[in-house]
Ligand binder design. Structure first.
Ligand SMILES: [Zn+2]
Ligand SMILES: [Zn+2]
Length: 289
């Protein structure tokens, strides 16, 4: 079984009740964090995990809302760890990730210096192990396998989606994207897919051109549903709601996705959990190993 927890279901727009984009995936003994938006560590505490408990950080792309709390995550993992055996944090993301991580650590250079000077047991700065990829298998450790494929969030490029597989169960993290063939292929037969969505019919009415333009590189619930249907996904988990889902509106969002997707649809608040069991996805495409 793989467990998915929506840590932050918000977007770049600050919201009192929704943290920025981030999702937790627990597979076997591993805890994977996908993206680290605003407030991610508060939500991780709510999900009974922490920076030092993370097995790896996966980044779908380098938009600010998805990496807003990267510095806080790296520094917190560093200063709250008392295990000399804790390995460097694996970080997997698209090309550009290594530059963003090292620039982030540079931005915290004064802080790192203060703490190393003060605490004799902090003998090295935060340790990371960054891997950049746009396709293929990027992780195969203790029965957990992770594959990446390009998504289409143009003009933002490159962007990637992740497929996590464990013991016959599988979850795809699509990130921000419009429908595209490589996502269809990545998601084929998956037990669940976490997909970011925006309500284009509402956003398109706003007076600001800059806001309307975000419709160009996101999927609507109907489009996310169509992708999930084509790929034969078992459960469609919507997140990154724009505008934010208001209490009582969940059925409206679900109904839009249900016009194109015939199976289970999840719309939730921060900390919403979904269990994904082996064999939930359709066997039509039969790609699960
Ligand atoms: Zn984005
Ligand atoms: Zn985003």
């Amino acid at each position: 079984m793989i467990e998915v927890t929506l840590l932050g279901t918000g977007s770049p727009v600050p919201d009192a009740h929704r943290a920025g984009p981030s999702t937790l995936v627990r597979a076997g003994h591993q805890t994977l964090l996908i993206d680290c938006g605003r407030g991610v560590q508060q939500r991780m505490a709510g999900a009974e995990t922490s920076a030092t408990a993370l097995t790896a950080l996966l980044l779908t792309h380098l938009h600010s809302d998805h990496i807003a709390d990267l510095g806080d995550l790296l520094i917190t993992r560093w200063i709250s760890n008392f295990d000399p055996q804790l390995p460097p944090l694996p970080i997997i993301g698209p090309p550009g990730t290594a530059e963003v991580v090292s620039a982030t650590l540079r931005a915290f250079g004064h802080d790192i210096g203060y703490r190393m000077k003060h605490h004799a047991d902090l003998t090295t700065p935060p340790q990371v192990d960054v891997k950049e990829a746009t396709e293929g298998v990027v992780w195969d450790v203790d029965g957990v396998r992770i594959r990446v494929a390009p998504t289409d969030h143009r003009p933002v490029t490159p962007t990637i989606g992740f497929r996590v597989e464990h013991d016959g169960a599988s979850v795809v993290l699509a990130g921000d994207t419009v429908p595209c063939e490589s996502l269809d292929e990545l998601a084929a037969g998956a037990g669940a897919m976490v997909h970011t969505v925006i309500r284009k019919e509402l956003i398109a009415q706003l007076p600001q051109q800059r806001i309307r333009e975000i419709c160009e590189y996101h999927s609507s619930p109907q489009e996310a549903g169509a992708t999930a249907e084509r790929a034969g996904v078992g459960i469609l988990i919507l997140t990154h709601y724009l505008p934010p889902v208001q209490p009582g509106q969940e059925d409206e969002w679900r109904a839009q996705a249900a016009t194109t997707f015939s199976r289970q649809i999840e719309v939730g608040d921060d900390l919403h959990r979904v269990q994904v069991h082996p064999g939930v996805g359709s066997a039509r495409f039969g790609t699960s190993p």
